[in-house]
Design a protein around this ligand. Structure first.
Ligand code: GLN
Length: 539
């Protein structure tokens, strides 16, 4: 079958969860045996979200090929258990950058370069890039932002052109919209949706399916009204009720027959019903935990949980492996001091020190790590968290006046230092050590036992590294480098001797945790937290 293109647009307001709807539809199609991928177009002018503050845009998700991308790609990978790449996330900035670079090379042969056709052609080229690999039956393209936004106009115009240019039944548009409930009137309101569909129609696009976010079930009269005013079939008005967990959404969409409607519109035969047994088994465990643990997540951007989205989801996946509910308590490292650490971490069965950048809250992280090291509380340090663990150990065990040069460029003992190749780099965007690298694990280490193999590949996003000049001193005192990059010799994993579970990783394991493949380090960390809890109860 030739590749089919499904576009997902949003109306009325942003944050309706287009990414989750797209991922859920993809999941249902995949569960019927189709090959599916999702891409996201973001209308902002940054080339990628790599330079954005997490408070602006949530977590920056990194793919194997080193692309810094929107956090929705994390949902795509977690739901579909597939790998995405740079081709799955394109911004307006990247589109313009490509066009302007071509213009400078003289590739437009003296023509005036314009939004239509040059920008829209470049968007089209990116839409078809994944389709042309021949690897996929369906490409779902999520258009960021809302219809009617000035900045998403070129994308919407491109969708119109694609719908027009492809043969019939090769593409379709799903419009995600909000049906607000007015408490005073005790009514669900369709007007905002009518307006946003009008906006789409003005741009030349008739949506094929409406997915309606709502707090209340959609009664038949509302469905009929939406169908009538928005020119869609009654059975193409899909209810998307607020869900208890994002992982319920594929099941809710199945009940509303979203996948069947899509297949019918695109004239695709599907012999199989979706195989959702594994997904349902996961949901069953998620909703019926028999255990519970408290994990303290100490970081900088804790007031916006989206800043650590993948870590939060990795705990959901790992918890279900143990039938265990993981309560993540978000703690701002700035609040942790020598005096407060005891009371702040009193109920923690495990402590994760999060990735991050810059100096703010550093001393709180170091204090946290001292506390968990001395009190033998399971500890997991990720990226900056691992770097802080090395600094803490150098300071408090070796007695060195040590730091990371990111935090104190003049430190006497730079146990964490900028990588050589980073020292020459001046541009901030896309220049960190990014993407997947191999790491060789020492047999017998906790990390090796978690993975069950010695050569692993994990994703990175950092400029600083463990300084090998200090390796002997640190190892002799008990902080072991148990994972090393086989080519560059960079230390990727440290573990502490004589501690129930103390693992620091320079890479980001959370990015590879999926529903069907929870990350082994998160699984073992939750297990260690469970053991710690039991030993606390017994004492
Ligand atoms: N700021 C640190 C570095 O650049 C850690 C980065 C991170 O935690 N992702 O090396």
């Amino acid at each position: 079958m030739s590749t089919k293109y499904i576009f997902v647009t949003g109306g009325v307001t942003s944050s309706l969860g287009k990414g989750i709807i797209a991922a859920s539809l993809a999941q249902l199609l995949q569960a019927r045996g189709f090959k599916v991928t999702i891409q996201k177009f973001d209308p902002y002018l940054n080339i990628d979200p790599g330079t954005l503050n997490p408070y602006e845009h949530g977590e920056c998700y990194v793919t194997d090929d080193g692309a810094e991308t929107d956090l929705d790609l994390g949902h795509y990978e977690r739901f579909l258990n597939i790998r995405t790449s740079q081709a799955n996330n394109v911004t307006t900035g990247r589109i313009y950058n490509n066009v302007i670079t071509k213009e400078r090379k003289g590739e437009y042969l003296g023509k005036t370069v314009q939004v239509i056709p040059h920008i829209t052609d470049e968007i089209k080229r990116n839409i078809f890039l994944l389709g042309e690999t021949g690897e996929y039956d369906f490409i779902i393209t999520e258009i960021g932002g809302c219809v009617g936004d000035i900045e998403s106009l070129p994308f919407i115009e491109t969708v119109r052109q694609v719908k027009w240019e492809l043969p019939p039944s090769s593409s379709m548009v799903i419009h995600l919209t909000l049906i607000p409930y007015l408490k005073a009137a005790k009514e669900l309101k369709t007007k905002p949706t009518q307006h946003s569909v009008k906006e789409l129609l003005e741009a030349g696009i008739q949506p094929d399916i409406l997915v309606c976010r709502t707090e209340m079930p959609l009664p038949m009269d509302i469905r009929k009204k939406l169908a009538l005013f928005c020119n869609v079939h009654l059975n193409s008005v899909i209810e998307a009720m607020d869900a208890e967990t994002i992982y319920d959404v594929p099941i809710l969409m199945r009940k509303e027959k979203l996948d069947e409607r899509v297949l019918a519109k695109l004239k695709v035969q599907s012999k199989e019903e979706p195989h959702l047994e594994n997904w349902k088994a996961f949901l069953g465990k998620l909703k019926n935990p028999v255990n519970e643990v408290n994990i303290a997540l100490v970081g900088k951007y804790v007031s916006l949980p989206d800043a650590y989205k993948s870590i939060a989801e990795a705990f959901v996946h790992a918890g279900t492996e143990h039938d265990c509910k993981v309560n993540v308590k978000w703690i701002s490292s700035e609040e942790v001091t020598r005096e407060s650490v005891n009371s702040i971490l009193a109920n923690a069965d495990g402590v994760l020190v999060a990735p991050g950048f810059g100096e703010r809250g550093l001393e709180g992280k170091i204090e946290t790590i001292r506390y968990v090291r001395e009190n033998k509380i399971p500890f997991f340090g990720i990226c900056l968290g691992m770097q802080c663990a090395v600094v803490e150990f150098a300071r408090n065990v070796l007695g060195l006046e040590a730091s990371s040069t990111e935090l104190n460029p003049k430190t006497k003992n730079p146990v964490i230092d900028m990588m050589e190749e980073q020292k020459r780099i001046t541009n901030k965007g896309g220049t960190m050590r990014l993407g997947a690298y191999y790491c060789k694990l020492k047999k017998g280490s906790k990390t090796y036992m978690a993975y069950g193999e010695s050569l692993i590949s994990e994703r990175h996003r950092h400029r600083y590294e463990f300084n090998n000049k200090f390796i002997d001193q640190l190892e002799q005192a008990g902080l072991k480098a148990v994972g090393v990059n086989p080519e560059s010799n960079l230390v990727e994993v440290v573990e502490l001797k004589d501690h129930p579970w103390y693992v620091g990783v320079q890479y980001h394991p959370e990015l590879k945790s999926t529903v069907l493949n929870p990350h082994p380090l998160f699984v073992r960390f939750v297990e260690a937290a469970l053991d710690h809890k039991k030993s606390r109860v017994n004492n």
